[in-house]
Ligand binder design. Sequence first.
Ligand code: 4NP
Length: 189
Amino acid sequence: MVNHKVNHKTIELINSLKSKEKIRVLFVCLGNICRSPAAEGVMKAVIDANNADDRFVVDSAGTGNYHVGDLPDRRMRVHGARRGYTFDHICRQVRSSDFDEFDIILPMDASNERNLHAMAPNPECERKIVPMAEFIDLASRYDHVPDPYYEGAEGFELVLDLLENGCRNLYNELRAHPPIYVKNREVNG
Ligand code: 4NP
């Protein structure tokens, strides 16, 4: 039984993606060196563990441009490595073409969400923006993934706990009740 906070608009968006050959997922934070590259790495690991690599494209980007070209923050890489992840995304800023190229765009907090809405070229693109927190049910007091940049080790561990929970739920929502294909035609399943 899932009890995360996916709202009805998100369910509509997710249902509209079920028949796609590939689902394109973009995680967004401020710097693109802590939370969103970690989300990208954790989501790729979930997809890989489910042998579903051919069904997804996963990337991350930042609303800010302070660290463009950098690897993820060393602390994020160290904490990730302890759990078996390799976070090797090269930092990039969100660009307007992302709204065409991705199907679902997941900001880590309300500030990232506001920035994405301001950038979105049209309302259809805005419908792709879904707070990552909608998929997190690990600790109900978190309505966002907190920025660990100025925190200690526990901030990075918390980010990983929230993202492991959120990515698992996101994957399950995206893959639940997949459409049934008969002779290459989708039928009601
Ligand atoms: P992130 O964390 O948004 O999770 O990548 C941050 C990284 C860098 C900065 C802020 C947040 N910064 O101000 O440089």
